[in-house]
Design a protein around this ligand. Structure first.
Ligand code: PLP
Length: 426
């Protein structure tokens, strides 16, 4: 066995800060040695020690058909024969864009990027140029990528590792980021009323996935729509998780709210690096070279991502969403029943095929209530599942995702593991 293979853990720590290339991959918060993946297929990932795990991380929500879907592999192989980077426009980009815009009619025009972070950064730049305003509003516990001015009370790894504001971000860069609690509209309304003409954009995860799964309250999104229209701010839905997840047309379709701009990523890229931002024509017309908002990317719209993304989104239909919803409903309902059976205080937030198990008696509607969860219990829960070959995110403040590849057998195995975990958690 070569040296690297034998000592993956020590080598990873030598190579990368914290041993990882993205903080959410670290197992530090659950106090366990991480696994190193050797391959992944369907609902499972396989590690270098020969173990397999039923995967509920699913590429952090990117893989709605599970790992290595054969039709995506086929599309990639076919495209490889014709080249993998052109640096010049190709037919594929238009085919893909048309399909995206069919599902997201709020987007008259779109620009592709290589990650969600880039998409959000560029969307906000465009919204600021459009409104000629500087301030933006975001919500506590929402994560929108790692642009400097968005790392204020951000969710995901930033919550897991208690990074309220990231190091290396000058105060000046965040002074125009105004933060409000998720699902709380009154303080935002007052603020906007008193700061008329100053808010360029309100950015929101229409269903939050980065403080665990947190659903919008009944009128939250429609109130945001109304306030944005009234005060001339751009309403930006970050649908990087929810796009093609909560419905084919994302949360904007599921909740019937039309944002001015939308960001997509994850599922839309078919498992390859991808992001997109789009919206009303008069806003998108400001993007270079048509307009003066500069935005660019060597790998944007590369033919491999286009092939992978198209292979996925052209296969998504109502039947698949219905099945995924039923499977997730079954799993989460049974988890709640098991909680009752073993006297565990659990709350399970669920929508479509995403969910989170919180260890709290409070209803979880925002970052504060998410943080009322007993994180030590989640750590034990994670480890007990992990030992049984079930992989949940190594953090309380992330969502679990189901894919079409999860079988009934996977769900039963998971429920057995949950049952054992609840029995042995204390
Ligand atoms: N927005 C949301 C809602 C996300 O969940 C993420 C990543 O998890 C991002 C933006 C950033 O996307 P990326 O990691 O592709 O840069």
């Amino acid at each position: 066995m070569d040296k690297i293979k034998k000592n993956l853990l020590s080598q990873s720590i030598k190579c990368f800060p914290g041993g990882v290339n993205s903080p959410v991959r670290s197992f530090a918060a659950v106090g366990t040695n991480p696994i190193f993946v050797s391959r992944a297929s369907g609902s499972k990932i396989y590690d270098t020690r020969g173990n397999d795990y039923i995967d509920f991380i699913n590429g952090w929500g990117s893989l709605i058909f599970g790992h290595s879907a054969q039709f995506t592999v086929g599309a990639l192989k076919k495209q490889l024969k014709n080249g993998f980077l052109y640096g010049i426009s190709s037919e594929y980009e238009m085919r893909f864009a048309k399909k995206l815009m069919e599902s997201y009619p709020s987007m008259d025009m779109v620009r592709f990027t290589n990650s969600g972070t880039e998409a959000v950064m560029s969307a906000i730049r465009t919204a600021r140029a459009y409104t000629k305003r500087e301030k933006i509003v975001k919500f506590e516990g929402c994560y929108h990528g790692h642009a400097d001015y968005l790392l204020v009370k951000a969710g995901s790894g930033a919550t897991t590792f208690a990074v309220t504001n990231s190091g290396g971000v000058p105060d000046d860069f965040v002074k125009n980021t105004i933060v409000f609690p998720y699902n709380e509209i009154d303080s935002l309304k007052n603020y906007i009323r008193n700061n008329r003409g100053e808010i360029a954009c309100i950015i929101v995860e229409p269903v939050a996935g980065n403080m665990g799964t947190v659903l919008p309250k009944k009128n939250f999104l429609s109130d945001l729509r109304r306030i944005s229209t009234k005060y001339g701010s751009v309403l930006l839905f970050d649908e990087i998780i929810t796009g093609f997840r909560v419905a084919r047309g994302g949360a904007q379709d599921a909740f019937g709210i039309k944002p001015d701009m939308t960001c997509l990523g994850k599922i839309a890229g078919g498992g390859l690096p991808f992001g997109a931002f789009g919206g009303k024509k008069e806003i998108m017309a400001l993007v270079s070279p048509l307009g003066k908002v500069y935005q660019a990317g060597t790998f944007s719209g590369n033919p491999l991502t286009m092939a992978a993304g198209l292979s996925v989104i052209e296969r998504l239909n109502e039947k698949i969403y219905k099945l995924l919803d039923e499977k997730t409903d079954y799993l989460t309902t049974e988890i709640i029943k098991l909680g009752k059976k073993f006297g565990m205080i659990v709350r399970v937030n669920k929508i479509a095929s995403m969910f989170t198990v919180f260890f709290t008696s409070d209803e979880v509607t925002d970052l504060k209530s998410a943080m009322s969860s007993d994180v030590k219990k989640y750590v034990r829960f994670f480890n007990l599942l992990f030992k049984k070959g079930v992989l949940f995110p190594p953090s309380q403040f992330e969502s679990c995702f189901l894919s079409q590849a999860h079988t009934d057998e996977d769900l039963e195995k998971t429920l057995n593991a949950v049952s054992d975990a609840f029995k042995n958690i204390n």
